[in-house]
Design a protein around this ligand. Sequence first.
Ligand code: CP3
Length: 327
Amino acid sequence: MRQAGRSLPEYFPVRGEGTILDAIRDADRATEITLQPVRRYGVDAAILFSDIVTPVWAAGFGIDITPGVGPTCDRPFASAADLDRLRPLDPDADLAFQTETVRNLVAELPPQVPLIGFAGAPFTLAAYLVEGRPSKNHDRVKTLMASEPELWHRLCDRLADLAIATLLAQVDAGARAVQLFDSWAGTLHPEHYRRWVAPHSVKIMDALGDTGVPRFHFGVNTGELLDQMADVGADVVGVDWRTPISVARQRTGGRVALQGNLDPALCQGSFEVVEAEVRRILADNDGHPGHVFNLGHGVLPTTDPEILGRVVELVHAEGSARGAADR
Ligand code: CP3
């Protein structure tokens, strides 16, 4: 999940001033920031420090991440002429900083801690490109999708190609899993997802198929889409806190592993509250294999790192107890 490392005091001195994209394209800083949560929490995997907009930025679209706001573009995507601002990526030239970061991480991470690479899915990226900033109603992007389907599919096809180039470059450099974030897909009706979004995610997942790395797929508020998100070709589907893991398993018919789903808001409370939640989720999963314990969405900036450290300890302890009981 997006750590939004903002909850770690050690994050700020390394991240430095300026836009987060400056830190992302500096391989030394990006390496160090990726390692921070692994050192602090002892989590089982590392997630590359980057952002879903990195490939679009590297292609020269004209996008930035405004602190406290999120991705913003001065000239949002509006017409076919804007497709030229999404040229194909040459990973060796355009993503050299990312390849260097991934290689550094593979060298520095303990061998039992895999690195997860990631990219943004076309709908979620298009939402930022068309709206020009984070949006509550996503009215512009939905209007483009429904009123100009031909242009919509051309836009998504370009964004899918950017995601494929990015993910393949990450895997080539040593990432051992990939996650495709379609964070805002849950704002869509299932039929609209099927028609306008799923085919592009299928293309991305298919392109990763030959690499053999597990493909995670995540969105927020996707209770009604979980079956389709599994069907696009994911091996693991992320579930936010709104859907019980047991219900998500029924909806995906047991064909994928599940990731989730502690409510990040509750992690702001006392450990007693958080502990009860962790135990409730583990009980709901009922020892079923194929559960990657995680938050249901990113860490909130005001979260006490101590609480998250204790969550990791508790999940590890319960996991080993369960493993011992099964043996
Ligand atoms: O765990 C990590 O830190 C890994 C790196 C990571 C970031 N963004 C760094 C980041 C990952 C995996 C992301 C993914 C991402 N970015 C998503 C998909 C996952 C999700 O959370 O749904 C989305 C939608 C974005 C777009 C984005 N970038 C938003 C909405 C924001 C928040 C803006 C704000 O300041 O509130 C960002 C900025 C961002 N990306 C931060 C970090 C650590 C915030 C801290 C900073 O600016 O230094």
